[in-house]
Design a protein. Sequence first.
Lengths: 296, 440
Amino acid sequence: MRPGLAGWCFAGPALAVMGVFFAVPVAAAFMLSLTDFDIYAIADPSNLRLVGLRNYFQLLGTALFWKALGNTLYFVVVGVPLSIAVSLATAVLLDSELARFKGAFRTALFAPVVTTVVAVAVVWRNLFHARYGWINHALGAIGIGPIDWLGDPHWSMPAIILFAVWKNFGINMIIFVAALQAIPRELYEAARIEGAGAAQQFRHVTLPLLGPTLLMVAVVTMAGYFQLFAEPYVMTQGGPLQSTVSVLYLMYEDGFKWWSLGLASAVAFALFALMLASTALLLRAARGKVAALGGA
Amino acid sequence: MAGSIVVAAASRIHARWAATALALALCACSRPQDQLTFWAMGRESEVVAELLPEFERTHPGVHVSLQQLPWTGAHAKLLTAFVAGATPDVAQLGNTWIAELAELHALEPLGPRVQHSAAVPPSDYFNGIWDTNLIDGVLCGVPWYVDTRLLFYRTDLLKQAGFDAPPENWTQWRQTLAAIKRRVGPDRYSILLPLNEFEPLTALALQQPEPLLREGGGRGNFESAGFRKALGFYVEMFDRGWAPLVSEAQISNVWDEFGRGYFAYYISGPWNIGEFRRRLPPERSHDWMTAPLPGPDGPGASIAGGSSLVIFAGSRHKAQAWQLIEYLSRPEVQERFRALTGDLPPRRSVWALKALAADPYARAFRQQLERARPAPKVPEWEHIEDELRLVGERAVTGQITVEQAARELDRRVDAILEKRRWMLARRSSESARARRGGPG
């Protein structure tokens, strides 16, 4: 048997599975996005119109799409760095030689990750309650007036971000803890001997050696945060004043509430393009950084 | 990861179609001849299970297989079942979904059966509710239970403000709203109109003489004088501080807040009779009552919601399916169903029975149901209702004026109805061609 053929034989099953479950549905969804498939088309296929790129142009002309895009970017731009910072900070604390009961803390901090979004979102909705919520009680104790977290369009997204960060930081924390443990202790020892303080050690030893892990965490977290859906679905239903409608939430409404599957597919592809572009940008920036370090 | 959304969106559709088709294939070979499938939703589906043994006893040879669907998934399931040809024989259908399934030609017209049946006399049903089942003059369902919205109010707060009776028109309503607000101060309100609900604004809009859609449901009619008047009143209630700018998520427990006097009026539906009875503290149990919704110049209309029973066109047991509908429409069965669920019956003769006639809280509903008005019967109506709520929210928060809101609504609704206009135009040109070709 020729080696080429053998290779195809080995790769064949996996390729077939990918083709059936990935390539074909994606192609079908793209075709769908070029039609106005809706409830009338279900009634009678002759009601289906091929509309070319009209769904995409219609999206670009819809104020709600831009609003959803803005909300999603807000969530990503604030949420991702915050989430990574919290993960890294807790990981550094857990990794510290001074920390006691590491196992217990690690479990407690990781616990939110394994809870059910819907269940804890209901709990957080009560924590955020404008008049009875504990968060406002605590803020009141230090003299900050009540904030209408889920009712004020300026505070609804920060509230969602707080909840999402709390819910998700644990998984990245565990990854950072593992990466921190892999940094040889001698490097810190050497840095100390050369007179570096804690901040300098973090800046010049910890951060550079965490580089690849940071990049991986950033890419995965960003991809996840772009797909914001469950949090607003449970906590605000996209409100108030559509301040928490995300792109994915918009797609869900168009597709599975109003049954405009053509338009919903177009939303999905727009989001796909956006995520692809952001990830590429992030990788390029990271490569530039590595090159700059190498050059220095 | 991005791809997975697309795949999920696409493959979910395909997978469901395939799964339902497979399920149909499997059922088709194992189902006995006289097995009747019945899909029901939510709480009603649990309760109706208790009514079915009696039907099977009186109709030997018919076995009803009941499937319980959650409300949230029911709509998608009905559509996928239709696509796969796996629709049930009988189903409960929210009456805003009837137009959509009628558009799909999924429903069996019931007019002839009603004509030959003594068990379902149309004149016994409330007109507005019966009307929701008539799509282009064709009867597509029989009302099962009804839902409308009216005022729940605190009798003691109204009395303290100087009123012995609830308002009957908008002028009186305004007076009581203003008087209550003056008494309760800045931290409490006269009325609760949750921003996540479209029903209060829809009800006020239905009280107006103009229809909400024009050109056979092809365009919005929200710039009409009537709708602007309704929206103006709705916005006024927020502007004057009579209603708080909150949605349900911020209230967390309306029954507690009603008991505490956070608001004195609440526009809600029949299920809350039972909830208020159960949940209000004992010392408040005599301080509330229901009243018909005030209209611009006297008792006004309200929405005609609820569920109907339908037979699917694909059913092979239509005669037995109709027997089940007849059974569930019997006054004594409807009374049992009401006692078990709290759902209100659509037939006047059931309301004449002792249990309902003696309930003081139900009395206002009895009056309101005579004035229930159906919403426009187009498949897009649920989407339009949602836009109504969203634009209404922008108007009450002061982002746009009433005039701008009306214009914006017409613009959005015309965009939603674009496909429908295309279909209507095509249909009329086809029928014109058929007419021209016919005699010649």
